[in-house]
Design a protein around this ligand. Structure first.
Ligand code: HEC
Length: 200
């Protein structure tokens, strides 16, 4: 026992030196994390440039229902899609990829919100003037027109191209426009047109 004592002391000295080294490493790791964290935080969510793009391309404001309630994983994925270096020369492909993901994101964000609030619907549109039109669109049109598809323009883009009239909308819906004709009464057409034109 006594013959082992110096050994033990040497071991414990070595152990202490290692522990000290570990503490040094830990301090370095903490320092590195402190330096890297702001960069990570910026990369993980949506940046100001992303918000500007989403507003210009999809009419989605930073304080919109979707962008204020979006989950962290969706925000990260959207950021990656908006900034995909592969799409630098193909902005249209970027817009379509973002449109597809944005549509899913809007649906997911809404479902999560409804679950959390035990609510039957989401408050994406709160203006009482526009709500009836939005509800008709939600039932009949948003699958193709919320963020747009390869063939269908988003209602936002449609509104940008000029004011929609009831007659033009009625004619579009009657002619089928690449889908089975949708029949809506005059009042519903009016509500829809008011909602779509509000996106200008
Ligand atoms: C299954 C997909 C789909 C659905 C659902 C759909 N649309 Fe469309 N819509 C399209 C496509 C594709 C186009 C573009 C090609 C065309 O005009 O035929 C279009 C074009 C339009 C246009 C532009 C036509 C023009 O005058 O330039 C309007 C307005 C429109 N849709 C309104 C609606 C409304 C309102 C609803 C719901 C009541 C609706 N759409 C539902 C696919 C859809």
């Amino acid at each position: 026992m006594s013959m082992l004592a110096p050994f033990a002391r040497r071991l414990s000295l070595a152990g202490r030196r290692k522990a000290a080294a570990r503490r040094g490493h830990a301090a370095l790791v903490v320092l590195a994390l402190l330096l890297v964290t702001p960069a990570l935080a910026a990369a993980a969510g949506l940046t100001d440039a992303d918000y500007r793009y989403l507003k210009a391309q999809f009419g989605l404001a930073k304080d919109s229902f979707t962008l204020t309630n979006i989950g962290a994983a969706d925000a990260e994925k959207l950021h990656a899609l908006i900034n995909d270096p592969k799409d630098k020369e193909f902005p249209q492909r970027r817009d379509l990829n973002v449109a597809d993901y944005l549509f899913d994101t809007e649906m997911r964000t809404c479902e999560a919100w409804q679950l959390a609030h035990a609510a039957p619907s989401c408050p994406q549109v709160t203006d009482p003037q526009l709500k009836p039109g939005w509800e008709i669109a939600e039932r009949n049109c948003i699958a193709c027109h919320l963020t747009g598809t390869t063939t269908a323009p988003s209602f936002f883009k449609l509104a940008q191209s000029g004011p929609l009239t009831e007659d033009r909308l009625a004619a579009t819906l009657r002619s089928g426009h690449q889908m089975s004709p949708i029949t809506l009464d005059r009042q519903e057409l009016q509500e829809l047109v008011r909602y779509i034109n509000s996106l200008r």
